[in-house]
Design a protein around this ligand. Sequence first.
Ligand SMILES: Cc1cc2nc3c(=O)[nH]c(=O)nc-3n(C[C@H](O)[C@H](O)[C@H](O)COP(=O)(O)OP(=O)(O)OC[C@H]3O[C@@H](n4cnc5c(N)ncnc54)[C@H](O)[C@@H]3O)c2cc1C
Ligand code: FES
Length: 247
Amino acid sequence: MGFFAADGPLPEANPGQFFMLGVKNCGDDPLLKRPFCYFRKRGNTLEILYRIVGKMTSIMKGLRPGDEVEILGPLGNVYPVEEVFFECKKTEKTEKTKKTKNPLVIAGGTGIASVYPLLEGLPGRAFLFYGGRSKKDVLLSRELRAVSKKFIPATDDGSLGFKGTSVDAARDFLNGRAPDDFVLYACGPNGMLKAASALGVQGYIASEEKMACGIGVCLGCAVRTKDGYKRACKDGPVFKTGELLFD
Ligand SMILES: Cc1cc2nc3c(=O)[nH]c(=O)nc-3n(C[C@H](O)[C@H](O)[C@H](O)COP(=O)(O)OP(=O)(O)OC[C@H]3O[C@@H](n4cnc5c(N)ncnc54)[C@H](O)[C@@H]3O)c2cc1C
Ligand code: FES
């Protein structure tokens, strides 16, 4: 995890958005900033949850207090929340009352960073399915349990929670339940998003397509949608279920 204190007031960020992060004083390698989800904010400090996979994330791991980074954002769109939870439903008494949908949240890998602020904003309301290869890959268990209605971890090797993927765990949970009672929020690798979209629950998925500029000018993040190609950074990263086309 990285903690970055801002010089001035931190701009307001919302669940689903991301920041482009670059490290100062490392010459031109890596040349481009890298995208990281808005994970959470504490006071004037922005927290990023990241996995070390290459050059930039290795440099980030070596940062010390006082080192400077450049952060651009928040960028991209957000997970719609309030408008999808409430449907008008007639009852004898009131003619009109509100029916609440249950957030069904699925995350894989660092996708948990994207949905975490959503969970924090809906304390005790979401059913969360979050998985990794094994127990050590499932981060923040205690915090996640605290902010969810029900947290079901899933691991490929069965070392923690459900044995299988987070989507398998969600499918198992949905068995015998009405998909219409839920609204989906999912973030993770493409294969996971494809499987989550096939669950039959309407909602939103966030793409983690590789990005170069993050602001809609390079077209490096093009994703195929039912309406042609779109830019994951500018038109997303959050898309409606059924909008993204997967190979
Ligand atoms: C909108 C968005 C939000 C993201 N949020 C987070 C986050 O909160 N935490 C986090 O750890 N990571 C996140 N990522 C992924 C993160 O951007 C990459 O891991 C990072 O760019 C790697 O930089 P690097 O220089 O360390 O690795 P590189 O040297 O650039 O790449 C190392 C390896 O990782 C692969 N890689 C790079 N980017 C991606 C990607 N987007 N998807 C799949 N493989 C990739 C490369 O192909 C290569 O094999 C996010 C990506 C996007 C698009
Ligand atoms: S990353 Fe450049 S257009 Fe999306």
